[in-house]
Design a protein. Structure first.
Lengths: 118, 108
């Protein structure tokens, strides 16, 4: 069965960086893309961008351009999302999601809480 | 950027009743690339509907989606206790992919 398992919660200081991992299993990793979505406490879902696991092509949300980098390691079927220059409003649960054949987000990771606090 | 507006913000209904949730887009959603997700507290979103009207794997047939262009609807024909949650629509036909602000379905 398809599973996306994310790394554990992180606490970071403002200005630091965080790198969240998303390990995929149960399907051919390079046949699907991975998207990243975040959710601030008590708020809705915010799209961050996506990466093709086939060729590494990326597309980032404009507001995060220059601070976010998405990568994949096909040898371990793992996707990564790094966010730099963290601010308090980056505090959120970060989700990875598989981009299905029709481009819908068909499977999601369990989420990783990133807390930015001095 | 396509802005999705969901209504109502909160819907209070009883088990067994019919729920109708709306999602309106600021411009036409290409090829009906519109999805609906359900999210319960402390859980990740779960895909319910994609392509505006196709049910995802394992989703009960009491959930149905309809619409095209700028107006979309999620209908739950007879509410079960486990259906009370927050529902989000999402368009994935153009970049950036965007989500609606959510509709909270609560027990009356």
């Amino acid at each position: 069965q398809v599973q996306l398992v994310q790394s554990g919660a992180e606490v970071k200081k403002p200005g630091a960086s965080v790198k969240v991992s998303c390990k995929a299993s149960g399907y051919t990793f390079t046949s699907y893309g991975i998207s990243w979505v975040r959710q601030a406490p008590g708020q809705g879902l915010e799209w961050m961008g996506w990466i093709s696991a086939y060729n590494g092509n990326t597309n980032y949300a404009q507001k995060l351009q220059g601070r976010v980098t998405m990568t994949t390691d096909t040898s371990t079927s793992t996707a990564y999302m790094e966010l730099r220059s963290l601010r308090s409003d980056d505090t959120a649960v970060y989700y990875c999601a598989r981009i299905g054949m029709g481009a819908e987000y068909d499977y999601w990771g369990q989420g990783t809480l990133v807390t930015v606090s001095s | 950027e396509i802005v999705l507006t969901q209504s109502p913000g909160t819907l209070s209904l009883s088990p067994g009743e019919r729920a109708t949730l709306s999602c309106r887009a600021s411009q036409s959603v290409s090829s009906s690339y519109l999805a609906w997700y359900q999210q319960k507290p402390g859980q990740a979103p779960r895909l319910l509907i994609y392509g505006a009207s196709s049910r995802a794997t394992g989703i009960p047939d009491r959930f149905s989606g309809s619409g095209s262009g700028t107006d979309f609807t999620l209908t739950i024909s007879r509410l079960e206790p486990e259906d009370f949650a927050v529902y989000y629509c999402q368009q994935y036909g153009s970049s950036p992919n965007t989500f609606g602000q959510g509709t909270k379905l609560e027990i009356k």
